[in-house]
Ligand binder design. Structure first.
Ligand SMILES: [Zn+2]
Length: 309
């Protein structure tokens, strides 16, 4: 009669239209089941958020079993409680879209003591996320310029990602200036790829590789492509290179092992996306579409992790 596993991860309606909101005098499970069993409901209604009369922040989540009739209204064959009053957090957040799983997961993370988030979100739509278990992705990027382009792009993509399972991002942002500081003396000057990098270090003469500086500094700060360009311009490697390629930083940190799924970028990748195990790479100048593809590659279809009703 009921097909849904109430313990499945990330149970979330594909459309908020499956959810109806009702005002009830009691949230006791027996009362709720008795109230909604046999009660007429709109044909699309599969879930009911039952809110307590007089204290509507108190709520419970029910699932209705339907007889498959496509009449506009028909009685629910059965009803069961998916999350009790004590398990539900009712939250209003106009910044969250109930159709975007990552938005739901973001709000749910603020209420970890509740296994069911009932969200009244943007457009006043009401929906829920049960057993939130977002896919965790670490974005590894290098600054400056700040803020991290990749982290910003990931946020923009997830902001409208209705077709992706809930994803929770943590950022690992490496400041290339700290790599320089670790490298010690820069008496001979520093070459950085371009002015856009916005790197200034007190007491150090900084030149920009894209301006083809005539005086070759001793230290090159850059990714693999900058090293190639240096060889093209000057016929030789820089006397010293500080390689900031996130790909290399990742390797130095022991690869993606132990850190779960990682998304990063590399200047040696011109277009498209690459996936190796738990790691996906996009080009240094990635498009939003490439970032979206990489997130899809990492998260998969969410099979087994995302229970779309
Ligand atoms: Zn690289």
């Amino acid at each position: 009669m009921f097909e849904l596993d109430p313990g499945a991860p990330n149970v979330m309606p594909a459309r908020y239209g499956q959810v109806s909101v009702a005002s009830v005098p009691s949230l006791s499970p027996d009362d709720l089941v008795a109230r909604f069993t046999g009660r007429e409901a709109y044909f699309r209604t599969r879930f009911v958020v039952a809110r307590l009369d007089g204290d509507p922040e108190q709520c419970a989540l029910l699932e209705l079993a339907r007889d498959g009739s496509d009449d506009l209204f028909s009685p629910a064959v059965a009803a069961r409680v998916l999350a009790s009053a004590g398990e539900c957090a009712y939250v209003r957040d106009d910044s969250a879209d109930t159709g975007v799983p990552s938005h739901m997961a973001r709000v749910a993370a603020l209420h970890p003591e509740h296994r069911c988030l009932v969200l009244e979100g943007r457009y006043r739509h009401v929906s829920f996320l049960l057993n939130a278990a977002p896919i965790r992705v670490t974005v590894l990027d290098v600054v400056p310029p700040e803020p991290s382009k990749l982290a910003d792009q990931v946020a923009r993509v997830l902001d409208s990602a209705e077709d992706m399972p809930p994803i929770a991002v943590s950022e690992r942002i490496v400041d290339s200036r700290s790599l320089v500081a670790e490298a010690g003396s820069l008496a001979e000057g520093l070459i950085v790829p371009c002015r856009g990098g916005d790197i200034e270090i007190e007491g150090v003469e900084v030149s920009h590789l894209d301006e083809r500086p005539s005086s070759v500094g001793s230290t090159l700060l850059g990714c693999g492509r900058s090293q190639q360009i240096h060889r093209w311009f000057y016929g030789t490697d820089a006397a010293r290179t500080i390689d900031w390629c996130p790909r290399r930083l990742m390797d130095a940190a022991g690869g993606a092992a132990g850190s779960g799924l990682v998304l990063s970028r590399c200047c040696m990748l011109e277009e498209g996306t690459e996936r190796h195990g738990d790691t996906a790479m996009v080009p240094w100048g990635a498009t939003l579409e490439e970032v979206r593809t990489a997130l899809h590659l990492l998260a998969g279809t969410g099979d087994g992790a995302w229970t779309r009703t």
